[in-house]
Design a protein around this ligand. Sequence first.
Ligand code: NAD
Length: 293
Amino acid sequence: MARIGFVGLGNMGGPMARNLLKAGHQVAVFDIVPAALEGVVAAGASRAESAAAAARGAEFLLTMLPAGQHVRDAWTGAGGMAAASEAGAVLVDCSTIDVATAREVAAAAGRPMLDAPVSGGVMGAEAGTLTFMVGGPEDAFARAEPILRAMGRTVVHCGGAGAGQAAKVCNNMMLAATMIVTSEAFVLAERLGLSHQALFDVASKSSGASWALTTYCPVPGPVPASPANRDYRPGFSAALMAKDLGLAQEAAQATGAATPLGAQALELYRRFVETGGGSTDFSGIIRMLRETG
Ligand code: NAD
């Protein structure tokens, strides 16, 4: 069993660290908000006094932080975790951040480092069924894979530094645009007098099918487990979708890639967040589309 340091025990990090404990690992945890540590310490983790203290003695060092600036500060800022880490440690950042910062931090870390953002949300973190998209050196990936498998069901090595973040923003841009157009189709069907179930029965077996339709259907009824059936409680919040679409647009601008639908999706999700939808599941955008018409 491995000695693991884990920093950032919020909505995602908390249940992820608990799954590492369940798998029998020794986990030292740190968060700037002491209350965030209570659940994991009660589950058997040891409380570290700082991020650097969590790094000492750890074979694997993981972070799950809000955004790029937090990741840069935690790893390479003054008293950062990279400098405090053991020579043979593998460093893993599971936060969703911009590709450029992921590459910059990996280059500055001075140890093998992986970017390993996840999809699957809080439910996936709790159930240990996350998907990890991983960028970084092959040998570090091989060492970290069993650790990631204690928290996830699917672990994909996507390439060198930043490739995990690249996969995450590309996937979520596809998801957002698909969710928007699927929602638009249901609103149009309503105006045309076509029932939700009839559209679902046809499209789910036809060329309009997608994960947004068949697993995460934005209207209540056809897929009983989708957030639409529980008043759009997340799931995956619209605020986080807007964040990821912003990262996708940053990457598109930095590389000169044309992503007109991705840009439009960002605009629509920003508007949804600004008009009070931020804590709603991202499939709740159908309400804004319905009201706009
Ligand atoms: P969160 O805000 O609940 O948790 C972040 C934690 O990091 C907080 O407890 C905060 O106190 C702590 N923190 C911030 N700066 C710190 C520092 N310098 N040192 C130590 N701790 C620090 O956020 P979350 O929902 O757990 O999301 C974490 C990351 O996962 C984000 O990048 C998010 O985009 C990504 N993500 C979230 C979801 C989701 O559904 N919540 C899904 C996929 C990916």
